[in-house]
Design a protein around this ligand. Sequence first.
Ligand SMILES: O=C(O)C1=C[C@@H](OP(=O)(O)O)[C@@H](O)[C@H](O)C1
Ligand SMILES: C=C(OP(=O)(O)O)C(=O)O
Length: 447
Amino acid sequence: MSAAAGPQRAWRVAPGGSLRGELRVPGDKSISHRAVMLGALARGETRITGLLEGADVLATVGAFRQLGVAIEGPRQGAATIQGAGREGLRAPSAPLDVGNSGTSMRLLAGLLAGLPFEAVLTGDASLNRRPMGRVTEPLAAMGARIGTAEGGTAPLRLHAGGELHGIDYTLPVASAQVKSALLLAGLHAAGRTCVREPAPTRDHTERMLTGFGYPVAVQGRTACLDGGGALTATAVDVPGDLSSAAFLLVGASIAPGSELVLRHVGWNPTRTGAVTILRQMGADIEVLREGETSGEPVADLRVRSAPLHGIRIPEALVPLAIDEFPALLIAAACAEGETLLTGAEELRVKESDRIAVMAEGLRRLGVAAEPRADGLRLVGQPRLAGGVRLDSHGDHRIAMAFAVAALRAQAPVQVDDCENVGTSFPGFVSLMGQAGLEIQALPAAGA
Ligand SMILES: O=C(O)C1=C[C@@H](OP(=O)(O)O)[C@@H](O)[C@H](O)C1
Ligand SMILES: C=C(OP(=O)(O)O)C(=O)O
């Protein structure tokens, strides 16, 4: 856990105010995980800059150290990995505990499947409740032997051996984690592995494999690779995380008098759904400069407050904004009229049931929110209730979304169970403080 997230368990967030300034958010979590993984699998020295030093990425780093990979850092976003190829991985002497991180667990399941030694992947109570059959079943079809807990959840026991063979697999859910797990397994499978997705999802694995010199054939929604090749170490610069930037984009949009510039944010089109949705609601978000770093698009963004109106969120945008819904629902809560989210049942199996937990918090904030099996309907309010206590259920994104809601509340908002903010956004409290949102750490949830 980062020092910035600290040991505090609850926050008291001051109401009102505006967000102003020029900021840089921490590195992209998805790209950081992949940089560590591919660096560990490659031959030679991979230097990473801009790496997210959040607990989730540190869990991936820790897992590779247990597998015998020499990793220096991370320090101020810089890390150096001495990769010795997949053959260089060694049997871990204890279970690989990846904490709260679904990305670590699912991608490692693919990457480690079929190795000549046994490894156990486990996590915290939240992660060990999340569905893993979506990766273990197709991996078994490739020849992997993986034991799960009852109900297909973690801990996952990856048995030694089991020669892998390629697969042509159509994903039943739009999931970049499942796609990535199968492509990583495909690297060491005999023959060709093809993954077909029902809707586009983040393509960082495909891009980064190409950057490490491993050819991936992408045609429409199908990605294929041939097993048996090698990755070559390279340098990776990780851009800022648009999923973290989303809290600032929403906060500045809803707080009158705000203006923020966010520098060097990842601007991959498979991740920009939240900005498209906010713009459809009337948000004033401008792209100041576009570029590219390590094969990933980046941009500087300017956001100014603007009157928002409710919308029917297009279902095609849901996978492109999947982690941003806690923040987007706060924008909707402050928008005029009704917002309808559908096609988002995946939100029920994240770090918490994000539909149920957001609906509960929104109702406490005075917003009529009706959860549905696959989404939520709500009617926005000109002012949110204050003096309320909101439970994030240990979900980092929910805790940050509720904190941002205070910008439109009439009295302070208390957010409970905030430790996990350090999994994806270490330094959230101080960065928001710099921008103008005052968050006071309370010693414990009951304080
Ligand atoms: O591949 C990734 O890095 C991620 C994919 C998404 O999960 P799903 O693939 O389960 O939708 C997302 O929610 C997660 O935060 C990161
Ligand atoms: C769902 C998330 O992450 P993960 O699946 O890696 O736990 C997230 O960061 O919102």
